[in-house]
Design a protein around this ligand. Structure first.
Ligand code: SAM
Ligand code: SF4
Length: 375
């Protein structure tokens, strides 16, 4: 059940415990997008569209999803207004554009240019599958995009096609290089490892990324696939990823502060042949986003807006709060800011994915897939 009423409703906590503090945001709550557990969201993830031109098995069904109508999706003006309220009134300090696939939005360059003109120093990054990026990278940079994350799960054409159900590997590789050349670095690459499909490729993917100066991040597969095929047993855990990489590399914790970042970063050195110790200099870093087995909810700083303008305080929220409907009803900036604050106040303490009962029949996967939330 997903609640889409105007007012936020109290929810049951992911781990089962009811909140011990009042659910309604009190008048003396901290400013900005604070929640009941002392966190404050400053990192905004905004989905530009639910549409996508790939069909990654861990995200979308082969036949795609029923796309939102054009009217249901936020217009460029609505996006720009929502971001302005977030930045000017609610303490948003960085913005990530996502989807679905943000590059399929025909007015992407105009949106970026308007955001940049309103917020000259706001870091604005984008997560993309890289299809068509080669042609657009320079224009995105010129319009004001700061940085880019490209998803890349395999360097083998057959495996890439098996995972994404589309034969576009060469386009994606060209897109990554074009983004780098256009000045959209540091380029980060996201890889989801699937057992028996691309997990053995982990060390060679890392070697490839390090060789080009890209920062690879492995993401644990989360139960956010539209096919509901996720199982805990089958997912590749962060511990397994570290083990897979240890065949070729020695990882040591990156001394830089994590600072609320979802990825735990490691410095990477080559492993000396036949030895447990590293040889040579630091080659770069690798990140591991262990959302399932080593969750970082206590330091989460994210607030999410879906393509149809719903506030989601967590990827695993089962409640959504309608910001776009309120905006279209003629609400003031103050009223919109208040709804956003009320919704974020109810952010759950934790998503509960690390709960041992996740595979049990009582675990309920969210209704939305990753593409429909905006990952
Ligand atoms: N289409 C763009 C892309 O793929 O980069 C942006 C949206 S996509 C939903 C954002 C990120 O979510 C991608 O890096 C993708 O690999 C990741 N993702 C999608 N489904 C996932 C899942 N079930 N578990 C973990 N990550 C997932
Ligand atoms: Fe599309 Fe991104 Fe989902 Fe893959 S992960 S299907 S590219 S939205």
């Amino acid at each position: 059940m997903s609640v889409q009423l105007g007012m936020p409703q109290p929810r049951e906590e992911a781990a089962g415990a009811l909140p011990s503090v009042p659910a309604a945001r009190p008048a003396d709550a901290p400013p900005g997008l604070a929640d009941r557990y002392g966190r404050r969201a400053t990192d905004m993830r905004l989905s530009l569209t639910d549409k996508c031109n790939l069909r990654c098995t861990y995200c979308m069904p082969a036949e795609g999803l029923e796309w939102l109508s054009k009217q249901a999706v936020m217009s460029a003006e609505e996006i720009v207004r929502i971001v302005r309220i977030g930045v000017e009134q609610l303490g948003v300090r960085e913005l990530r554009l996502t989807g679905g696939e943000p590059l399929v939005r025909h007015d992407l360059v105009e949106i970026l240019a308007a955001l940049r003109s309103n917020h000259p120093s706001l870091p604005v990054s984008m997560t993309t599958n890289g299809v068509g990026l080669a042609k657009k990278a320079a224009a995105l940079k010129a319009a004001g995009l700061t940085r880019i994350n490209v998803s890349l799960d395999s360097l083998h054409e057959e495996t890439f096609t098996q995972l994404t159900r589309r034969p576009f590997l060469n386009q994606v590789l060209a897109g990554v290089d074009a983004a780098w050349a256009a000045g959209l670095g540091p380029v980060k690459l996201n890889a989801v490892l699937m057992r028996g499909i691309n997990d053995a490729e982990a060390p060679s993917l890392l070697a490839w990324a390090l060789g080009r100066g890209y920062e690879l991040r492995f993401i644990e597969q989360m139960p956010l696939d539209a096919d509901h095929g996720w199982t805990r047993r089958n997912m590749i855990t962060a511990a397994e990823i570290r083990e897979l990489l240890s065949s070729d590399f020695v990882l040591s914790p990156d001394p830089r502060a994590r600072d609320g970042a979802p990825a735990e970063r490691f410095e990477v050195r080559r492993r000396a042949a036949g030895s447990a110790v590293a040889s040579g200099p630091v080659l770069g870093t690798v990140g591991i986003i262990a959302s399932v087995t080593e969750p970082f909810c206590s330091d989460c700083r994210r607030t999410r807006i879906t393509a149809e303008g719903k506030i989601m305080s967590c990827l695993f929220s089962r409640e959504e709060f309608d910001l776009l409907g309120l905006l279209r009803s003629g609400a003031s900036d103050e009223a919109l800011a208040k709804r956003w604050q009320d919704a974020m106040w109810l952010k759950p303490k934790a998503h509960g994915m690390d709960h041992v009962g996740l595979d049990a029949p009582d675990f309920v996967q969210p209704d939305r897939s990753m593409s429909a939330i905006g990952g």
